[in-house]
Design a protein around this ligand. Structure first.
Ligand SMILES: [Zn+2]
Length: 237
């Protein structure tokens, strides 16, 4: 039996905001952790034991944000590593008063840091889900023409999608899963009911899909994702 997990990469304002919020919350967790770990008095007072710091902060940070477990842990880990780096330099006598905060400021300014972390987390979840459901293949929309199809997509969306595809591709071979791409054309307009397939731009209303032919109504991304999967499944091998 051919089982396929499907990832529909859609650019909605909502998702863009969600990514942005996630990034802010990730940064918040990292900074909270750094504040907790840091001591101006002496480097021996700084907390650099990852497990202890996590035990002390994890549940609070989970409550204070709506980040997933993995991201909260990643933020804590990264902040502790930043503090460790500062402590190492302090031991050697190089101590800037604001060193720890500067280290984290850099963390915040370099968007790639959390962005990559986030994409890795998402990629891991996709691969884990595929493995748990015994899937052989993860199918993506072919993103080569994303610039033309979505002229308003910001660079970081395009960048994010490409990285996600890359990371998933890196992670799958050792799990016995392969990654495939299919053409994305009309996947959002086509009715994914296998006995229908009616394709029309009026089928889609923002986040909802409503087939004008038979009234099949579902989440628009879910409909698109089914189409991607079906397109792959029907592809001549
Ligand atoms: Zn239909």
């Amino acid at each position: 039996m051919r089982r396929t997990a499907v990832v529909k990469l859609a650019v909605s304002d909502e998702q863009r905001d969600a990514l942005h919020r996630t990034a802010e919350q990730y940064l918040y967790c990292a900074n909270r952790t750094a504040d907790y770990c840091w001591s101006d008095a002496s480097y021996t007072e700084c907390k650099t034991n990852k497990r202890q710091v996590r035990d002390a902060l994890y549940s609070d940070l989970r409550e204070e944000t709506d980040l997933q477990a993995q991201l909260v842990q990643a933020a804590i880990k990264r902040a502790v590593e930043a503090i460790k780096g500062v402590v190492e330099r302090w031991k050697k006598g190089q101590r800037g008063t604001q060193a720890a905060h500067n280290a984290l400021l850099r963390l915040g300014k370099r968007e790639e840091v959390w962005r990559k972390q986030y994409i890795h987390t998402v990629a891991n979840e996709i691969v884990t889900e595929a493995v748990e459901h015994d899937c052989d293949v993860i199918v993506f929309e072919d993103l080569s023409d994303i610039r033309e199809r979505l002229p308003h997509a910001k660079w970081h969306h395009v960048w994010t999608f490409r990285r996600l595809y890359e990371y998933v591709s890196y992670k799958t071979p050792e799990q016995g899963v392969s990654v495939e791409e299919v053409a994305p054309s009309y996947t959002s307009q086509r009715c994914s009911r296998t006995d229908c397939g009616f394709t029309h731009e009026d089928n889609r209303h923002g986040e909802r899909f409503n087939c004008q032919e038979r009234g099949y109504e579902v989440d628009a991304d879910y409909n698109g994702a089914k189409n991607i999967g079906l397109r792959y499944a029907r592809k001549p091998t």
